[in-house]
Write a protein that binds this ligand. Sequence first.
Ligand SMILES: Cc1nnc(-c2cnn(C)c2N)n1CCCn1ccnc1
Length: 114
Amino acid sequence: CAKKAKTPKDSNNDLAACRMLLSELEAHQDAWPFLSPVRHKSVPGYRKVIKKPMDFSTIKEKLTNNLYLNLETFIIDVNLVFDNCQKFNEDDSEIGRAGHRMRRFFDKRWTELL
Ligand SMILES: Cc1nnc(-c2cnn(C)c2N)n1CCCn1ccnc1
């Protein structure tokens, strides 16, 4: 089917959806590992293993500076947070489990927007 043209209104709706989704992520009880950048200087191996660090405060900064083209590019960064977490943490660990719970919550919420 023909791709629907993106109007300014569509972009504003995407932006509102991103802001709403991000605030829900930040308010989640399992968000604590992801609220600010991993202090890679005090986490041995993190900088070597994780090529593209990402966290909710960085996403908020990018949203504020209009660096997301649409909902898709925002979702890519949120998924990067959870993919990094899975790569660096055992599934059976505090942070690993929080990451899985947060990913499940996010997937449910943004798909409810479609
Ligand atoms: C996110 C995330 N992924 N791995 C870590 C981490 C930080 N230190 N260690 C040993 C990890 N595996 N993090 C950041 C967790 C941030 N945190 C830790 C305690 N309170 C916040």
